[in-house]
Ligand binder design. Structure first.
Ligand SMILES: N[C@@H](Cc1ccccc1)C(=O)O
Length: 418
């Protein structure tokens, strides 16, 4: 879903707790969610639940540690200032590069997922298109909105958000009623589960990524620690509930052995949605599910590429004129779109690499900065995450383990269900 940073910047929304929670949940829920049932198929539902609780906790705490650091600075100060002042230039550069990498690779993942889901939708309407072309249509259509203006993105993502909530509950609500509990708790297929968790952890991390919005919330609410804490806790809990419903809906309706086939076909969004459509009782609900998937990936694409657009305009010094915006649009959208044309099915691989980079700026660096800030201001009265240094150590360990899992999985040293 979109990252809604601009909603925060404009201060257009009312400054209610719910507004902040929606900004967080909106950023978190996105393409990562569509990877969860596929990469979780090996360990299946119960272990997925255990993993999601652990990842939720670590990503919540890392967001709060980031908030702790941010509150020692002025509202409006973001990663660049925070890292420079606490950890120095080396980490500032590493952090900046890892953010840019995540935004680029997610843009590509969304084009791959978007192409696959647009293709699935068109097939239902009787139109056959190569998937790479569907990805191109998806990317160009949405890139045009980002090119027009921030306001256009804001308006359209708000409409999409409303549509997503309605279609999610209609489609997933129906799937939840149809759940086969035997399927959920005593699945078929091979009898090995737990070892498959390791390769899935990075995908959990991406699904709970929202950390770029913590500085936006500080800018939005000012140094009102209590409200921001509540917004982060509520927002991540909303995402958690949506993911658990989603895992129950998918794993309670698609047999575990069927996932072998979904994975063999690349595990892209369209494949998963079409497997779900096959088990849904009515054509109308299938349409709702497809509409939801389209909206989810489109709004995420808008949110992420808008962040990338602003970042690159600033980096290259392109101005707000038509030709300036055209140049920014070219550097923002050309690389991921070309990749989407060349490799239309890299969705899962891209999400995995997003995790590798996100673990730096969404877990490890926030923990390191909080450690440093506590040394710099030992007598500060400002908000401090409870649990002392051990909590910082847990988050760093989580980040390092997640990165290691991704690298080991890439080197084919971890068991991957297939
Ligand atoms: N959580 C987002 C991706 C994301 C990661 C890190 C930061 C921001 C967004 C998704 O699932 O699509």
């Amino acid at each position: 879903m979109a990252n809604h940073m601009n909603a925060a910047k404009d201060g257009a929304a009312s400054k209610s707790l719910l507004g902040g929670a929606m900004i967080i949940a909106g950023t978190a829920v996105g393409a990562g969610m569509f990877s969860l049932p596929v990469v979780g198929a090996g360990m299946w539902f119960s272990y997925s639940l255990v993993m999601m609780i652990g990842v939720w906790f670590c990503m919540l705490v890392s967001g709060l540690l980031l908030l702790e650091t941010n509150l020692h600075f002025e509202p409006g100060d973001s990663f660049d200032t925070l890292t420079r002042e606490t950890l120095g230039n080396f980490w500032r550069i590493v952090n900046g590069l890892s953010i840019a990498f995540v935004l680029y690779i997610l843009a590509y993942a969304y084009i791959s997922g978007g192409g696959s889901i647009v293709n699935h939708s068109l097939e239902a309407a009787g139109i056959e298109l190569p998937q790479s072309l569907a990805g191109l249509v998806f990317a160009l259509g949405l890139a045009f909105i980002v090119f027009i203006s921030t306001k256009a993105v804001d308006r359209i993502t708000t409409i999409m958000l409303g549509g997503m909530i309605i279609t999610f509950f209609l489609a997933v609500g129906n799937l939840l009623i149809d759940i086969d509990t035997v399927n959920l708790f005593s699945p078929d297929g091979e009898s090995r589960y737990l070892p498959y968790m390791l390769a899935a952890i990075p995908f959990g991390l991406v699904s709970f990524g929202y950390h770029g919005n913590v500085p936006s919330l500080v800018k939005y609410y000012g140094k009102d620690a209590n409200t921001i804490i509540k917004a982060i806790v509520t927002g991540t809990l909303i995402a958690f509930v949506i993911y658990v419903c989603w895992l129950m809906a998918t794993m309670g309706n698609i047999p575990r052995s069927d996932f072998v086939d979904i994975i063999a076909q690349g595990g892209n969004m369209g494949v998963l949605v079409s497997a779900l459509s096959d088990v849904m009782s009515s054509g109308w609900l299938t349409t709702m599910l497809t509409v939801f998937a389209n909206l989810a990936v489109a709004s995420s694409f808008l949110g992420v590429t808008l962040g990338l657009f602003d970042y690159l305009a600033d980096l290259f010094g392109f101005d707000e004129s038509r030709s300036g915006r055209l140049k920014t649009a070219a550097v923002t959208f050309l690389p991921p779109t070309v990749l989407g044309l060349l490799f239309p099915n890299g969705f899962l691989i891209a999400i995995g690499f997003a995790a590798l980079a996100a673990t730096i700026w969404a877990a490890i660096v926030p923990a390191m900065m909080a450690y440093k800030v506590r040394k710099l201001y030992p007598n500060s009265e400002s908000f401090k995450v409870p649990g002392g240094t051990s909590v910082i150590a847990i988050v760093i360990l989580f980040g390092v383990i997640t990165g290691a899992c991704h690298l080991l999985a890439m080197a084919e040293l971890l068991p991957v269900y297939s």
